[in-house]
Each structure stands twice: as structure tokens, then as C-alpha cells.
Design a protein around this ligand. Structure first.
Ligand code: T5A
Ligand code: NA
Length: 211
């Protein structure tokens, strides 16, 4: 019997769209239906690069904008060997933010084009499915106060949301699904699970692509 590869499944969206909640539920649901599944989140704050990023996000340090963009990308690249190994072992990876967050957040800053921002991530494993949790900032704000981290302001989040909207039109080869994240946690979960099961079946016969 040949080992079927796992699918690379990414959840994206503005802050408080429910990404982490849904990633955890999806991993559990996939395991219950007999798939191997693991969760990854970016930034991965546990590595040396991740610690630099974490300190920047917590405003304990300042970094030049291009520099921090490249660090976020490097933080994905450093996990690529492990991600490929797991996918090849048949483990489905459920990823909480990926290159699309990288592009949307940096390009929301003045003076950054989408193209410049996308460049460092070119060649990363391509997701088999990107689910964009769409949520108005109005509804997001009812899910609690903004935290104290960098980028957690309504002005910046509005700019990020615009960039996500542009990004989903940018690469027609990315399997991008928009999910209405204003519904209940259970309803959103059901849709995410169905789309993920489909992506897992489709990925079995395909090589891992590149962004
Ligand atoms: N960043 C990240 C970059 O600038 N470049 C990059 O390359 C990358 C990868 C990381 C920061 O770094 C930036 C983006 C970010 O600013 P993080 O650690 O991912 O940030 O962010 P978190 O603060 O952990 O997560 P978010 O704010 O994005 O929230 P989530 O994960 O979308 O939402 P979640 O699941 O934590 O839910 C938020 C709240 O809403 C409730 C939950 O119970 C929770 O209380 N909720 C719902 N309530 C009602 N209905 C629903 N359907 C709900 N779903 C969840
Ligand atoms: Na989160």
C-alpha cells in the first residue's frame, strides 16, 4: 500500500475571526473520522526567529518593517522540512495563519506593495485549501476588546482586511474559499470540516505544490 500524502489546510482572516478556535476543532474532528491531523500556527513563537517576532508583537522591541516581514517569512521557511515530512507521512496539517497573513499585514503598512510582500514566500508549500474567515470589524469588535499587541487597532485591521480582499483575487491557482465567520462556532465548523474532507481526498493524488 502506498502512503497517501496529507493535505495542507490553512485558515486565514482578520483578528478574532475564530481561526484558532476552528483549527483546534478541525484537528479533533479529522482525527475522529480516522485521519491523521496536526495543528501548526504562524508565527511559531517557539523558535529563535519566533522569539524575535513575539517580542516585536508584544512591543518589547522594535524592528524595521522590511526586516520583520522577512523574519515572519523566515519563520515559515524554517518549518518547511518538518511540514513536508509530515505531509509525506500522510499527516494532514491544519495551519493557523500562513503567508497570506504575512502579505496582508505588511502590505497594510504605507509603502509596501502586495508583490514585494509576496516575494519571500514564493516556493513555500502551497496550501491545498485556504479558508478565509470573513468577519466584519463590527462583529469582530463584539468578540472582546483588542489586545495590547502591535497591529491590534481598528484602523490597521481595516487596512489588513482590504489587503486580504485583494489577495484572494491575486492568485487564481490558490484554492481559496470564503467562509462566513459571523455564524455560530458549530455552523462555521461544519462547513470547514466538509471543505477540508474534500481537500484531503483531492490532495491524495496530487504532488505538493509551491506558492
Ligand atoms: N502576522 C502573522 C504578521 O504580521 N505576519 C505574519 O506573517 C503572520 C503569520 C499574530 C499576529 O501577527 C501578525 C498577525 C497578528 O497580528 P496571532 O497570535 O495569530 O497573531 O493572533 P491571536 O491574537 O492568537 O488570534 P486572533 O486575534 O487572530 O484570533 P482568532 O484566532 O481568529 O480567533 P479565536 O479563535 O482566538 O477567537 C477569538 C474570540 O472569539 C470567540 C472565541 O471564543 C474567542 O473568545 N469566537 C466566537 N464567538 C462567537 N461566534 C463565533 N463563531 C466565534 N468564533 C470564535
Ligand atoms: Na489566533
Amino acid at each position: 500500500m502506498t502512503c497517501r500524502r496529507g493535505a495542507l489546510i490553512v485558515l486565514e482572516g482578520v483578528d478574532r475571526a475564530g481561526k484558532t478556535t476552528q483549527c483546534k476543532m478541525l484537528v479533533q474532528a479529522l482525527e475522529q473520522s480516522g485521519h491523521q491531523a496536526e495543528m501548526i500556527r504562524f508565527p511559531d513563537r517557539t523558535t529563535k526567529i519566533g522569539q524575535l517576532i513575539s517580542s516585536y508583537l508584544e512591543k518589547r522591541s522594535n524592528l524595521e518593517d522590511h526586516t520583520v516581514h522577512l523574519l515572519f517569512s523566515a519563520n515559515r521557511w524554517e518549518l518547511v522540512p518538518l511540514m513536508k515530512q509530515k505531509l509525506e507521512q500522510g499527516i494532514n496539517l491544519v495551519v493557523d495563519r500562513y503567508a497570506f497573513s504575512g502579505v496582508a499585514f505588511t502590505s497594510a503598512k504605507p509603502g509596501f506593495s502586495l508583490d514585494w510582500c509576496m516575494h519571500p514566500d514564493v516556493g513555500l508549500p502551497k496550501p491545498d485549501l485556504v479558508m478565509y474567515l470573513q468577519l466584519s470589524l463590527n462583529v469582530a469588535s463584539k468578540r472582546g476588546e483588542f489586545g495590547a499587541e502591535r497591529y491590534e487597532t481598528s484602523v490597521f485591521q481595516r487596512a489588513v482586511q482590504k489587503r486580504f480582499e485583494q489577495l484572494k483575487e491575486k492568485d487564481p491557482l490558490v484554492n481559496w474559499k470564503v467562509i462566513d465567520a459571523a455564524r455560530s462556532i458549530e455552523e462555521v465548523h461544519r462547513e470547514i470540516k466538509i471543505l477540508s474532507e474534500k481537500a484531503i481526498s483531492a490532495a491524495e493524488n496530487q504532488p505538493i505544490g509551491e506558492l
